[in-house]
Design a protein around this ligand. Structure first.
Ligand SMILES: *Cc1c(COP(=O)(O)O)cnc(C)c1O
Length: 371
């Protein structure tokens, strides 16, 4: 048996599987700014109104149950999601954030020899999860910060197993319409799974995140999250909706107790609070339009955003850096997006009306010292 060891290189320390040490670590939004206690965090697309009251109440209600193992089939949460979104509960899988669902998808459908397509400015977890599975991430171009179906199709080979598209996309905030998504699903070879990441779907009035397409096809999955409009980024709950054969495979790589009693109960309460989503959607849309208009008046343009952030564009990287420095002086944290190949941009979460006013004031002062 030991003979096999001959083929392995001799090393001083245990060696991870190929490619692991090349994974670039995820860069999260900053939350602290040396010594200040008035920091306005607009770097992680969090809900400025926090979590719904019903979710906080559920949190304290479960405190007597902490010695019990949680439900392994997530039936309560899956049925709540299914009722609210009018979906089939048997086609839902829940994870520790949609990040975990993305990871399940890569583990089940990626792996050594597979290629996983993401677009130029696509969410960084696609690449990380693909590489963790042993697959090769393949980046395809976008056109003017927008996902381009034909560029994706050009990137498909017989090794392609997964295609990740966020709609609306992060960090660009742009969207492609349902006919384009449908065309992509139709044109992909049948062995390729199209993943529609709907982390910001709730911010688009009347948008189903791709659920109808999932139901019409065998090769489309949708992922969703409680981290954004539900204001539960710290809780870590997301879910996926897909054909039964896909959900069955994802459940095989999912740990039985991947979600705690607390996560399940709080997310279920949040899901059932339909009013919350409606109120946050309206408030976000109004504040986002005012913010992008005010910045545009000062020469800081952004593409029309369908999410809870805008991607502010500057003349060049230097100007983006200087504006970021000015924000910091004013205690405002936004997201640098150089790692997303957008060095001349800053991603700014849409906060409350007051938050947005602070951002606009900061950019105004920045412009004044510039001239
Ligand atoms: C925030 C975000 C997610 C959600 O991540 P969670 O793990 O659910 O917190 C997924 N995809 C995109 C594009 C995001 O921006």
């Amino acid at each position: 048996m030991l003979g096999a060891a001959k083929d392995l290189p001799m090393t001083e320390t245990p060696v991870p599987k190929a490619g692991i040490d090349r994974i670039a670590l995820y860069q999260g939004g900053e939350s602290r700014l040396g010594g200040r206690n008035d920091v306005l965090k607009l770097s992680s697309n969090e809900n400025p109104f926090g979590a719904p009251e019903a979710a906080r109440a559920a949190w304290s209600d479960v405190s007597g149950e902490l010695h019990r193992y949680p439900s392994a089939d997530h039936a309560g949460l899956r049925h709540a999601i299914a009722e609210v979104h009018d979906l089939n509960p048997d086609r839902i899988i829940c994870g520790a954030g949609s990040d975990e669902v993305i990871s399940f998808l890569c583990q089940a459908y990626g792996g050594e020899g597979a290629e996983v397509i993401h677009t130029k400015h696509g969410f960084s977890m696609y690449r990380i999860s693909a590489m963790a599975s042993g697959a090769v991430p393949v980046e395809v171009p976008e056109v003017e910060r927008r996902v381009a179906v034909d560029c994706i199709l050009d990137g498909v080979t017989d090794r392609t197993r997964l295609v990740f598209v966020a709609n609306p996309a992060n960090p660009t905030g742009t969207m492609i319409d349902a006919s384009e998504v449908g065309r992509l699903a139709e044109a992909l070879p049948s062995h390729v799974l199209l993943v529609l990441d709907g982390a910001y779907a709730e911010y688009v009035e009347g948008f189903d995140g791709g659920a109808a397409l999932v139901e019409a096809r065998e090769n489309v999955v949708m992922t969703r999250t409680f981290s954004k409009i539900y204001g539960l980024g710290g809780l870590r709950v997301g879910w996926g909706y897909g054909p039964e054969h896909v959900i069955d495979n994802l459940n095989r790589v999912r740990g039985p107790f991947n979600l705690s009693t607390v996560q399940l109960a709080v997310a279920e309460a949040a899901a059932r609070d339909r009013n919350w989503v409606w109120r946050c959607l309206r408030e976000n849309a109004a504040c986002r339009e005012r913010l992008s208009r005010s910045l545009a008046e000062m020469g800081v343009l952004s593409d029309p955003s369908s999410a809870n952030f805008i991607l502010a564009r500057f003349r060049d990287e230097d100007e983006a850096n200087s504006c970021d420095a000015a924000f910091r002086e004013d205690g405002i944290l936004v997201r640098r997006v150089r790692g997303y190949k957008l060095p001349d941009c800053l991603r700014i979460t849409v906060g409350s009306e007051n938050d947005c006013r602070r951002v606009v004031g900061s950019v105004r002062r920045f412009r004044e010292v510039q001239t």
